[in-house]
Design a protein around this ligand. Structure first.
Ligand code: 6GU
Length: 224
């Protein structure tokens, strides 16, 4: 998979990709991340990428020309499955969306800033608009990093235990059951006996019950 991220703040996206499992995925050649500084595609001598909005009102708007130049340049090199625009008015990210995106080959992610992008960017280039939740961030970069993390960890070979993404919370619309490690007793709190029994079918049944119990209590909306 190849992901091209278009941003006015590439510095903000360096560390997420140099730490954690994302770095390993990149080193293993399972994913390529390319950061593009939108300012490098500015079309006037002031390196301007945003401007006042027509009709008046507070806040700058990201201009269409630099974004066009960047996206068109990328598209001339290869075909892209999606041009994703990170925006609080997009569709809220969920596990199903991450699963779907993990099957794609080449993605462009455009990070919004200020009051967002000129509507014509959305009309001309964007195939999917994603939000990460109902709150406003100062820019789309951190949201883009979250989308990349959720997607990349699903690529075959990224996780150590190939099956572990399958038992994630949300993968079957259930929260994950409680987990324990050593010691078997801590400050009077004991690990459930069943987990020490070695009886795998019974352990599996217990985990399913606990997952359902937890989901009913914390996220009944997932069961509707
Ligand atoms: Cl994708 N961008 C911004 N600026 N704020 C957000 C968001 C995205 N998702 C939730 N809040």
């Amino acid at each position: 998979m190849r992901i091209d991220i278009i941003t006015v703040l590439p510095e903000l996206l360096i560390s997420p990709f140099e730490a954690s499992i994302l770095k390993r995925a990149i080193e293993k050649g399972l994913v390529e991340i390319h950061l593009h500084n939108l300012r490098d595609y500015a079309t006037n001598k002031y390196k301007q990428v945003d401007d006042y909005q027509f009709g008046g009102g507070a806040g700058m708007v990201m201009m269409v020309e630099p974004i066009d130049k960047c996206i068109s340049g990328l598209k001339a090199e290869r075909d892209y499955d999606e041009v994703i625009y990170m925006t609080p008015d997009g569709k809220t990210l969920n596990q199903g969306m991450a699963n779907e995106l993990s099957l794609k080959k080449n993605l462009i992610i455009l990070c919004g800033h200020y009051k967002g992008v000129d509507q014509r960017v959305r009309d001309l280039f964007v195939t999917r608009e994603i939000s990460i939740g109902d709150y406003v961030l100062s820019g789309g970069e951190l949201a883009a990093a979250i989308v990349c993390d959720a997607v990349i960890r699903l690529l075959p070979g990224v996780l150590n235990d190939e099956t572990s993404a399958l038992t994630d919370t949300f993968q079957d619309n259930l929260l994950a059951p409680p987990v324990y490690t050593r010691p078997a007793e801590y400050k009077g709190l004991e690990v459930p006996k069943i987990l020490l029994s070695g009886n795998l079918p019974k352990i599996e049944k217990w985990r399913e019950e606990k997952a359902l119990e937890r989901t009913k209590k914390r996220r009944p909306d997932l069961l509707e």
